[in-house]
Ligand binder design. Sequence first.
Ligand SMILES: *Cc1c(COP(=O)(O)O)cnc(C)c1O
Length: 420
Amino acid sequence: MHHFKYQNNELYCEAVKIRDIAKKFGTPLYIYSRRTLIDHYQKIKTAFRSINPLICFSVKANSNLAVLKLLVKQGAGLDVVSGGELYKALKVGVSPKKIVYAGVGKSEVEIAQAIRAETLFFNAESFAELGLIERVAGRLGKRVDVALRMNPDVDPHTHKFITTAKMTNKFGLDAKTCEEIFLRACIFSHLRLTGLHVHIGSQITDAQPFVRAIKKALVLIRRLKERKVLLKYLNIGGGLGIVYHDEKPQSAAEFARRVLPLLKKTGLKLILEPGRFIAGNSGIMLTKVVYLKKTPNKNFAIVDAGMNDLVRPSFYDAYHEILPVVRNTGYGRRNTEYDIVGPICESGDFLAKDRNLSVLQAEDLLAVMGAGAYGFTMSSNYNSRPRVAEVLVNKNKFSLVRKRETYADLIRLEIIPRKL
Ligand SMILES: *Cc1c(COP(=O)(O)O)cnc(C)c1O
């Protein structure tokens, strides 16, 4: 599943001792395993081999250039949701014909950038957006492909902040509206409405919601076919869940077994947009215990990483496994329940609560597992903390793939007016 394993009670990433990476680059730190990233990408690729889909890695899950380049070299396309992500995608040399662009709020400037770059298509989410893409494409003298994002109104039973496919969410358009727009597509002389997009949320561990969403998409595709509207692309988004704790997510192969029969019938080019599935378990965040603090109710381990470095626990109440980098096997070894908390001035600043861990000491290194997706990309400078470094491990070698920010970086863009 991933390549972070103990050898002689010492945690390794592939063939590198985590401790050695900490020695070289300090903490906190994100560490990614090249092998794990590739394995996960290949799992999806293999599972869907029979229809050769375009697998667009979702850049918002992990946008480090080295990670993107690695996946692009394996043949992946990229799914972007902003001008900044498009910029990074182009930087790593992915073919623009492997870039798809989603998001409810694309600006005029961003739309123009994507059209100029000649990306594969937009995933459009509203009638107003179609109007804007039409105007920009007209101005640039281009005709562009667009997939309509349909909101299939299914509940994937995940955290409310990562559900995108209920009718109360801001994403996509209901099936009826999609159909009306497809039937009236001729009003857009600079658009080709050639695709249908459904992305129903994230960390979905069961194939059932995907099946229901795809079936709803198929109904629409069939209705359109009856009216002589033929599509080219079916984009089923991302959202495949992974193991953080005791989840039992479907494997890529199981997922494919459930959805492939449905997809094959359509004859459309399939697009997938996995993010978390590829990157989630490919990375950890490394942190160090700064202080231990015992109160009448709690044992706190105060560590050097906070919610600004990894916000998932605070924001989604997400569970991340915490592993000691060096396992304590000494005689008389005991366990204690800890809250692992950061240095940020917020009570919501925690990485883990009520965790049973072998007794900790100051300076101990802890690995926060499953931090490769929505980890660094959601980090911030809150409390004026420089963002941490990122390292990529390749077998017995490791490279810095993002430098740790400095205090100078914190003020680089700020300006104090002469007169205050
Ligand atoms: C976030 C996102 C994804 C990736 O979701 P994962 O759960 O990381 O696989 C795919 N498509 C779209 C449109 C997204 O917004």
